[in-house]
Design a protein around this ligand. Structure first.
Ligand code: PHE
Length: 353
């Protein structure tokens, strides 16, 4: 029996020595360490041995079993290392290959232009004030001197939000312009600084919504940038000087501007500002509809009622306000003929900016 064990060990180890790959190793493991391995059959034959032989043979059989197991563990490690070396040698990385370029993102042209407007206004001392997009009828219209049934509401066909509220003033709307932010800002500053509200010079950017048929010229949502300046002795001259300077910084020092009388319920007097057509230089073309001028913003002196509604005494304070459309300016500047390109997310369009 002991001789047989020596032979089992010798044969197993000899077979193991010749193994090179994992498949052969696995076959060897099953043959020499599995349930029907030769060494296992020795264990099962022990019952037939004498009392004296049994411990000797048992001890030896255990030695052989352990020797086979540890030889296997060592071989398994060798085979694994060999496989790794082989793959390292054959699958070499070429670190000198140039990388694949990442597609670089960029800001949407409307965002670029909005930021440019805010940075110019920022240089001119305006701080950004953000106001809510969902407004009450009261703030969007009534406090701005636009009472219920006022014809100006027709100009701003409105998205009303279903809240179940029936009270006219409390009806919720998607703001049709950034002007309600004027009231929010004035009321906040007045409430924080009684009894002397501070002077104001703010820019109010953000999305506005109008219930329009979407065409090449009108969208249901777009940005506005509102400006509000309130102080003592603020005049129409300040309005003109500030906006003319804004246009020079925005469109170049030689940009010519003109003011036309207009009407807004929340400013008095009201005006619209035109800039000389930068496509034809004022000669008249398709973009300016042969007039030589492009309308770029609405403005005016803050109406006394609006100052009052904001908590600023119109006998002491005066101010001016303006509102412009960054996307409209962008379209004029780049001769974009269809507003739907702006929110269409067509990369061929966006990549040009
Ligand atoms: N809110 C006006 C509009 O949406 C623009 C405006 C703002 C006009 C401030 C005057 C003063 O058309």
């Amino acid at each position: 029996m002991l001789q047989k064990l020596a032979q089992i060990e010798e044969e197993a180890l000899a077979a193991l020595a010749n193994i090179q790959d994992e498949a052969a190793l696995e076959a060897w493991r099953i043959a020499n360490m599995g349930r029907s391995a030769p060494v296992m059959s020795v264990f099962s034959q022990m019952g037939a041995l004498s009392k004296e032989e049994r411990p000797l043979v048992g001890q030896r059989a255990n030695q052989v079993k352990l020797a086979i197991e540890s030889a296997f563990a060592q071989k398994a490690e060798e085979v694994k290392q060999a496989a790794l070396q082989k793959s390292l040698a054959s699958e070499r990385l070429d670190v000198t290959l140039p990388g694949r370029p990442l597609r670089q993102g960029r800001l949407h042209p409307a965002t670029q232009n909005l930021r440019r407007i805010l940075s110019i206004l920022g240089e001119m001392g305006f701080q950004v004030y953000t106001s809510r997009e969902v407004e009450s009828d009261e703030y969007n219209f009534q406090l701005l001197n636009i009472p219920p049934y006022h014809p100006a509401r027709e100009m701003q066909d409105t998205f009303y939000i279903e809240t179940g509220v029936t009270e006219e003033a409390e009806r919720q709307v998607l703001r049709t312009h950034t002007s309600p932010g004027q009231i929010r800002a004035m009321r906040q500053f007045a409430a924080e600084n009684p009894p002397n509200p501070p002077e104001i010079r703010i820019a109010l950017p953000g999305m506005v919504y109008r219930f329009e048929q979407i065409t090449s010229r009108s969208e249901v949502q777009f940005n506005q940038v509102e400006g509000l300046v309130v102080g003592k002795n603020i005049t129409f001259g300040d309005l003109k000087g500030t906006l003319a300077e804004f246009v020079r910084r925005m469109f170049g020092r030689s940009a010519k501007t003109r003011f036309r009388a207009s009407y807004f319920p929340f400013t008095e007097p009201s005006a619209e500002m035109d800039v000389e057509c930068f496509v034809c230089g004022g000669k008249g073309c398709g973009v300016c509809k042969k007039s030589g001028w492009l309308e770029i913003l609405g403005c005016g002196m803050v109406h006394p009622t609006v100052l009052q509604n904001g908590g600023y005494d119109p006998a002491v304070y005066s101010g001016f306000a303006f509102g412009m459309g960054p996307e409209r300016q962008l379209m004029l500047r780049h001769k974009i003929t269809d507003i739907r390109y702006l929110w269409g997310n067509d990369m061929r369009f966006l990549e040009q900016f």
